[in-house]
Ligand binder design. Structure first.
Ligand SMILES: [Zn+2]
Ligand SMILES: [Zn+2]
Length: 256
């Protein structure tokens, strides 16, 4: 496994301990993709067809908006994406109205016919439910995160210094912790699986305890008797613990 596209970022995020190296890897990948879609991709007709078709989820549109560097680029993406989607919705409504009723038995003909508006509503519900699962960035993200986890497990058993960093880490968010567990259960076996899972479970438990202690001290700081006591690591314990438990990645101070 000499795939430096994956090993370099993995090695880099493990150099400095953080609350979830996989969240750090995810953020790097997302930011890279956001820059790509706001930049080089804009002038590629094939990519525009893709973004008009699948669009982006709320999280990734928000990340594009948050960059604030290319509002025109984002405007161009949204303009043609909306034109495409509006056309599709209009077509679904038109098709519902134009559809010939199927040949019916005498009994069927006595039942009230479904209204065009109901047919259009059902067609739109089915279409949008599927569309919401699509996002140009999410689609690649899932595959990339699987590759990162594969690389992590590979490095764990081939590079002692990486293993040391992994074992000395601050744990993972629950989303990525469980993803690591699932990968190990599926792809590692025997003594390797046991060694990896034992180290991971211990590390996660210790760090969830640490995190809870930090939140607990945060609440105790509201007691006037502790007003002068040092904050320790508890000042930002709330956003860090929310990210730890939910895998949110990061929470903006403005609530975004
Ligand atoms: Zn994470
Ligand atoms: Zn997405």
């Amino acid at each position: 496994m000499q795939d430096t596209i994956y090993t370099i970022p993995v090695t880099e995020v493990y150099e400095k301990p953080c609350e979830c190296p996989l969240c750090a890897l995810q953020r790097r990948f997302e930011q890279d993709r956001v820059q790509y879609y706001l930049g080089p991709s804009l002038m590629e007709p094939d990519n525009r067809i893709e973004t008009n078709d699948a669009g982006f989820c709320g999280r990734h549109f928000s990340m594009m908006y948050a960059t604030q560097t290319n509002r025109l680029g984002l405007g161009l993406i949204l303009d043609t994406y909306m034109a495409e989607q509006n056309g599709r919705l209009r077509k679904l409504v038109g098709e519902a109205a134009a559809k010939e009723p199927e040949k019916k038995s005498f009994l069927d003909s006595l039942k009230p016919k479904p209204k065009d508006s109901a047919k259009a509503a059902d067609a739109i519900l089915a279409y949008w439910e599927a569309h919401e699962q699509e996002c140009c960035i999410c689609r690649d993200l899932e595959k990339t995160m699987d590759r990162y986890i594969e690389v992590i497990c590979h490095l764990y058993f081939t590079q002692p210094e990486f293993r040391e960093r992994f074992d000395g880490g601050m744990g993972y968010c629950m989303k990525h912790f469980t993803r690591l567990l699932a990968y190990a259960r599926k792809h590692l076996s025997g003594s390797k699986q046991d060694a990896f899972l034992t180290a991971l479970l211990r590390q996660q438990q210790e760090n969830l305890d640490r995190m809870q202690d930090e939140v607990n001290w945060f609440t105790k700081k509201f007691d006037y008797r502790n007003a002068e006591a040092p904050w320790g690591n508890s000042r930002d314990a709330l956003p860090r613990s929310i990210c730890k438990m939910t895998g949110l990645g990061e929470i903006g101070t403005d609530g975004n």
